[in-house]
Design a binder for this molecule. Structure first.
Ligand SMILES: NC(=O)c1ccc[n+]([C@@H]2O[C@H](COP(=O)([O-])OP(=O)(O)OC[C@H]3O[C@@H](n4cnc5c(N)ncnc54)[C@H](OP(=O)(O)O)[C@@H]3O)[C@@H](O)[C@H]2O)c1
Length: 253
């Protein structure tokens, strides 16, 4: 249960090893926070991440979670709540970039990426919000991407999953208004993490810590969608309207 100034007592990270997700959790930690749950597909790796979060009075639990296994999502969310009580903040950070060279031509690879990033994300968000709505409170942070704002030839399947997820969150977030549940959509640009390792940084590249700073600041306010860094909102308000022939030539990384 959040305290009187909105600090989360229990925080859940779906995609418990995500560098951006972990940075958001660290930035959201308050003296009042009692429990962090890292829900991840590689539990041993999650235990290592858990060690970086340990502090006096904080329980860090690591549970198995597969974003692709949609049939398990409600059970995983409910069992976390049964074990730790009301969920105050849930961060949905799992996802993959995929190999565009492969997903542009290989049906199975394209479907697998779309399934995890879109279907799995939608499923876990619905499962989470079923729980938050029954509690009557709670906040959800969803990692979208600028890649979904205007999908690029560089990685069309990934971009489309983020466009779809973002669109779902906008409508679903509207539906949640008045039900005690807050949805915050975060649209980062290029972030230096394991996901982008070895790639040439795009303009306005940032760090997980900076994304976390923007996210936690937004959670204290009333915004429903934020960009990280914030300048990308202005940049993309122009880029989304640039004619196709120009768009295709832009050096966006
Ligand atoms: N990095 C960027 O430039 C960037 C920009 C915009 C948006 N984002 C989005 O931000 C989110 C976090 O990305 P990140 O940069 O923090 O990358 P990351 O460190 O690679 O984290 C992604 C996490 O997703 C997990 N994951 C992948 N498939 C999964 C599945 N089927 N079930 C459960 N977990 C799964 C991975 O687990 P394992 O550890 O087990 O592999 C990994 O921990 C993603 O949704 C990403 O699309 C990233």
């Amino acid at each position: 249960m959040n305290n009187a100034v909105g600090e989360a007592q229990t925080i859940v990270l779906l995609g418990g090893n995500s560098e951006i997700g972990v940075a958001v959790v660290k930035a959201a930690l308050q003296p009042f926070t009692r429990t962090v749950v890292l829900a991840c597909r590689h539990v041993a790796k999650g235990q290592q991440v858990a060690a970086t979060l340990q502090r006096e009075g904080l329980t860090v639990d690591v549970v198995e979670f597969d974003g692709a296994d949609t049939a398990s999502h409600q059970r995983v969310i409910d069992s976390i709540a049964e074990r730790h009580g009301d969920l105050d903040l849930v961060v949905v950070a799992f996802g993959a970039l995929g190999d565009a060279e492969v997903t542009r031509v290989d049906i199975a690879a394209a479907v697998e990426l779309a399934h995890v990033n879109f279907t799995g994300a939608v499923s876990s968000i619905v499962a989470t919000c079923n729980r938050l709505r029954s509690q009557g409170h709670g906040a959800l942070v969803v990692l979208s991407s600028v890649a979904g704002e205007r999908v690029r030839a560089a990685n069309p399947v990934y971009g489309a999953t983020k466009a779809g997820l973002d669109g779902f969150c906008q409508g679903y977030g509207d539906w949640l208004v008045g039900q005690g549940v807050r949805m915050l959509v975060v649209r980062p640009g290029f972030v230096r993490t394991a996901m982008t390792q070895g790639m040439k940084a795009a303009p306005f590249a940032t760090t997980p810590e900076k994304v976390a700073e923007v996210t936690v600041k937004a959670l204290r306010g009333t915004r429903r969608t934020v960009w990280a860094p914030p300048i990308l909102q202005v940049v993309f308000s122009v880029l989304r309207h640039v004619p196709g022939p120009v768009w295709r030539r832009l050096p966006l990384g």
